[in-house]
Design a protein. Structure first.
Length: 231
C-alpha cells in the first residue's frame, strides 16, 4: 500500500468519514463514522472505476511581526467512483515560515515538498492514464468528451458559443497564482490562451480563458489531449 487519504462522502444520512487506501491496483474505500451507523463494507475500486478527478490547491497564510509569512498548502480533491460515490478530501501540509520579501516575489512552487502531494500525484497519474485512453478512443470514433464547461471533439474545444480548434490553443494548463497585483488572477484555475480569429489585423491576436479548477474534471487528461493535438 502506498498510503491512505481521509475524506468524506455525502450519503442519505449526512456526511460520512471515509478512508481511501492507495494500492497498486486501485483504491480501497472504507468508512465508519463512529456515530451509530454501521461500518461500510470495504470496496476495492480498480483505477478504471475512478471515473472523474477534480483537484485544486490553495495557500493559507498570515504575516508575523518580523515581516515573515506563515503559510500552509491546502489540497482539495474530489473523486467520482463508478457507482456514483463522490469522495471529497481536504488536506493540509504543516505550516512553514517564509521571509516576507521572498513571499512577495511569488517564488513559491505550485506543489512544494510535501508528504501529501506525492500520494495525490500517484492517484492522478494512474487515473489519467486510464481516462486518457478512453478519451482518445471516443474522439477517434467521432464522439465528444465533457470536461465540465468545456467539450472536446476531434476538431477542438467548445466553450459556450465559442469553438476553439486544437491548433489555435497556445497554452492550456492548471495553474495556481498566490501573488498578483490583479485580484482576479489569484487562485487555482484552468488557464487557456488561444488565437482570436475575429480580432482582425489590428486586434489583439490572443484571448485568455480562466475557469476555476474545481469546475473542470480531469484537467490532466485535457492537458494531455491538447498537448498531443497542438501544432
Amino acid at each position: 500500500m502506498h498510503g491512505a487519504l481521509p475524506g468524506q462522502v455525502d450519503e442519505s444520512g449526512g456526511l460520512r468519514a471515509v478512508m481511501l487506501r492507495v494500492h497498486d491496483s486501485g483504491l480501497m474505500l472504507t468508512a465508519h463514522d463512529g456515530a451509530g451507523r454501521s461500518a461500510r463494507v470495504p470496496r476495492m475500486y480498480p483505477w478504471a472505476e475512478i471515473t472523474h478527478v477534480w483537484f485544486a490547491n490553495d495557500l493559507d497564510g498570515h504575516s508575523t511581526e518580523g515581516d515573515s509569512v506563515v503559510t500552509r498548502w491546502v489540497y482539495v480533491q474530489r473523486l467520482e467512483l463508478a457507482d456514483g460515490t463522490v469522495v471529497t478530501s481536504r488536506l493540509a501540509d504543516p505550516p512553514v515560515t517564509t521571509p516576507g520579501a521572498v513571499f512577495r516575489t511569488g517564488r513559491i512552487a505550485d506543489h512544494p515538498p510535501s508528504a501529501i502531494w506525492p500520494l495525490l500525484a500517484h492517484i492522478h497519474t494512474r487515473v489519467t492514464a486510464v481516462q486518457l485512453a478512453k478519451a482518445e478512443t471516443i474522439l477517434a470514433a467521432g464522439g465528444r468528451v465533457e470536461f465540465g464547461p468545456l467539450t472536446a471533439d476531434g476538431g477542438g474545444l467548445h466553450h459556450q458559443d465559442t469553438h476553439i480548434p486544437w491548433d489555435d490553443i497556445t497554452v492550456l494548463r492548471y495553474s495556481f497564482v498566490h501573488a498578483s497585483v490583479h485580484e482576479e488572477e489569484l487562485g487555482a484555475y484552468l488557464r487557456m490562451e488561444f488565437r482570436d480569429r475575429e480580432a482582425g489585423a489590428y486586434g489583439f491576436p490572443f484571448r485568455w480563458l480562466r475557469i476555476p479548477a474545481l469546475d473542470v474534471p480531469d484537467i490532466e487528461v485535457l492537458e494531455r489531449l491538447a498537448a498531443e493535438r497542438r501544432v
